[in-house]
Ligand binder design. Structure first.
Ligand code: NZQ
Ligand code: ZN
Length: 388
């Protein structure tokens, strides 16, 4: 561990098939007005809405409903939610859903009482919050982003064609998260698989960087192995509680900052994926999947040792008779086979990317310098073309 760091994570988690029973204890910590944020209606079909509303009513809360949070939540929606939260002087925002709903809730929590333009202040200038923050709690229904236990809030500005993730501090992170793996049983297969790849890629982004011997990399390998194992079971039987619970736990730990401690991180796949999302509104995990193989093959020569270790430690490939390059290639080949096996999207053309919008996506891609190779705009274009 060569880096200096601070580690803190204030989110209290309740995990298991009885986790929702702890919601009433948490609600005692907040005032009477609860803004209930949720997405397009899945929680009404699977009964989670009824469970949550019953508990809120039993606790004597006044519910301010804020439905319709879309996947890849927009700035426009976030402003409308912020007005609603301010007008009603809400005491708690309860986000019931996946990453989109929780990210949105964090955006509303810092924007409701913000005197400036929140997009400019938080998502462009990435300033610290210096106004009142409304506490956020969450009931997670879709696994992947880790939003339930981190400060991330990814918002899409449709007018500017930008999708930007701000990472807020401890004061904005969810105060609590209710994690019941059974709640994820009804997630459509496409979303489940996208979420699985999102978890995996969060680990890759932190693993494929740096050359020091770092405990974080060993944690990363353990999470990747667990995700691969559990994913193979979950795609055969989405109602396998053990597999879905392992995926849920892996997702939280893949992006709650632990495995990035003491080392550098890459995040370029996310930068390209987010730019692609701004142009196509495609499912987040699938944008990452479509760009990953062209990207990792491109940077592999600059981080050969880590890619060879990935082959050995994550995919159990016997590499003693191979050169470092052969081992590295074998690791990516194994990753490709697994991606095909679980059924992620491997071509961005399937997500709506065309030759015509490649330049625009490249312009909307932030170029970071934490990975093995800092890309130029031309290299982003090359990778995007390969991903088509
Ligand atoms: O809207 P509803 O009707 O609820 O349907 C959702 C949505 O269509 C559905 N769903 C969720 N739980 C369900 C369910 N359907 C049936 N049963 C359930 N139990 O699944 C669909 C996808 O939900 P969404 O919340 O959009 O997915 P996800 O959790 O992947 O979140 C994606 C967003 O998170 C951002 C992404 O960019 C994207 O905007 N990210 C947030 C991060 C963070 N906070 O740190 C990091 C990630 O890298 C990511 O960028
Ligand atoms: Zn992600």
């Amino acid at each position: 561990m060569l880096g200096n760091f601070v580690y803190s994570n204030p989110t209290k988690l309740y995990f298991g098939d009885n986790a929702i029973s702890f919601l009433s204890d948490e609600l005692k910590n907040y005032g009477p007005k609860v803004m209930l944020c949720y997405g397009g209606g899945s929680i009404k079909k699977n009964g989670i809405y009824d469970d949550v509303v019953r508990i809120l009513k039993e606790a004597g809360k006044q519910i301010i409903e804020d439905p319709g949070v879309m996947s890849n939540p927009t700035y426009e929606k976030m402003l409308a939610g912020s007005r609603l939260a301010k007008e009603n002087k809400v005491d708690l925002i309860l986000a019931v859903g996946g990453g989109s709903t929780i990210d949105y809730a964090k955006g509303v929590s810092v924007s409701a009482w913000c005197e400036e333009d929140p997009w400019e202040k938080y998502y462009v200038r990435m300033e610290e919050v210096d106004n009142r923050v409304i506490p956020v709690g969450s009931v997670l229904t879709m696994v992947g982003t880790g939003s339930e236990m981190n400060g991330g809030s990814v918002i899409t500005n449709t007018e500017q064609k930008l999708k930007i993730g701000m990472v807020f501090g401890d004061n904005v992170m969810p105060k609590f998260a209710i994690l019941n793996p059974k709640y994820t049983f009804t997630v459509p297969r496409y979303q489940m698989v996208a979420g699985i790849y999102d978890i995996f890629n969060h680990v890759c982004e932190q693993y494929f960087s740096g050359s020091d011997d770092n405990t974080s990399d060993y944690f990363s390998e353990a999470i990747m192995r667990s995700v691969i194992h559990a994913s193979r079971i979950a795609i055969k039987n989405p109602e396998d509680y053990e597999a879905r619970s392992n995926l849920m736990w892996c997702a939280s730990w893949a992006l709650n900052t632990l495995i990035g401690k003491g080392k550098s991180g890459d995040w370029e796949v996310h930068m390209i994926g987010q730019a692609m999302g701004a142009y196509t509104d495609a499912t987040h995990g699938m944008t990452l999947a479509a760009v990953s193989l062209p990207y990792y093959r491109h940077i592999m020569p600059y981080g050969l040792a880590k890619f060879a270790r990935f082959a050995r430690s994550v995919w159990d490939i016997e590499t003693s008779a191979m050169t470092e390059k052969q081992a590295a290639e074998a690791g990516l080949k194994a990753m490709e086979s697994w991606m095909k096996e679980i059924g992620v999207v491997l071509h961005s053309s399937e997500l709506g990317v065309t030759e015509d919008n490649i330049e625009g996506i490249a312009d909307a891609t932030f170029l970071l310098d934490g990975g093995y190779k800092t890309l130029s705009r031309e290299e982003v274009i090359e990778i995007l073309r390969e991903s088509l």
